[in-house]
Ligand binder design. Structure first.
Ligand code: AMP
Length: 215
């Protein structure tokens, strides 16, 4: 299965990906996670990406495309992949098309996670993450037992720089300007499906299962 998840920041792409991954053998590729790992490790890629990320802007297409061309040809993608956060612009979508053509691969589905901006702002301003193990918390729905300390590993629980409200509003604006046009792009290709992002963590999995069953 080869799937793309498109949705505003905070729409729950990562959560839906987890539930799909439990059912299908596929590589979950989150460009945001790859970039954050590179920032943490202090690589050249991370140094180039950090300022864009902290400002809520997109990392330039050529950096992302080069990174993904390599990633999609790794062995774990043979059985399928789920792209979370890529493509995010028209040039990225066109580069992906070219690469898939070259590899002789077709997409099974592009799933749009539809969500209201105000829900995103509430979800992301209350999101916290463990600096050490990456465990996600939420100050309203899932606080850590001790404020600022990870239940799992004892690491420091913090707010991501790009989860501050001004940055979130910028990320949403970037999404509407640069990424939302891809919804039309994939609709025209006949592969688009839309899911209400407030319908639970298994919403996309259920849709894929229904489609497989021919419903
Ligand atoms: P995410 O966790 O997917 O919201 O990504 C966090 C940040 O990483 C974004 O705000 C961008 O700065 C950067 N990023 C992730 N994926 C891409 C992409 N496909 N194109 C450009 N920038 C990206």
């Amino acid at each position: 299965m080869r799937i793309i998840l498109i949705g505003a920041p905070g729409a729950g792409k990562g959560t839906q990906a987890e539930s799909i991954k439990n059912k299908y053998p596929l590589a979950h590729i989150s460009t945001g996670d790859i970039l954050r790992a590179n920032v943490k490790a202090g690589t050249e890629l991370g140094k180039n990406a950090k300022n864009y990320m902290d400002a809520g802007k997109l990392v330039p297409d050529e950096i992302i495309v080069a990174m993904m061309e390599g990633r999609l040809q790794e062995a774990d993608c043979k059985d399928g992949f789920l792209l979370d956060g890529f493509p995010r612009t028209n040039p990225q979508a066109e580069a992906l098309d070219k690469l898939l053509d070259k590899l002789g691969i077709a997409l099974d589905a592009v799933v749009e996670l539809d969500v209201d901006d105000e829900i995103v702002i509430k979800r992301l301003t209350t999101r916290r993450v463990c600096r050490s193990c990456g465990e996600i918390y939420n100050t309203l729905m899932k606080p850590s037992k001790v404020d600022g300390i990870c239940d799992k590993c004892g690491g420091e629980v913090v707010q991501r720089d790009d989860d501050k409200e001004t940055v979130i509003r910028r990320r949403l604006a970037v999404f509407h300007e640069q990424t939302a046009p891809l919804i039309e792009y994939y609709r025209n290709k006949g592969v688009l499906m839309t899911v209400d992002a407030t319908c639970g963590k298994d919403a996309v999995l259920k849709l894929l299962e229904n489609r497989k069953a021919g419903n």
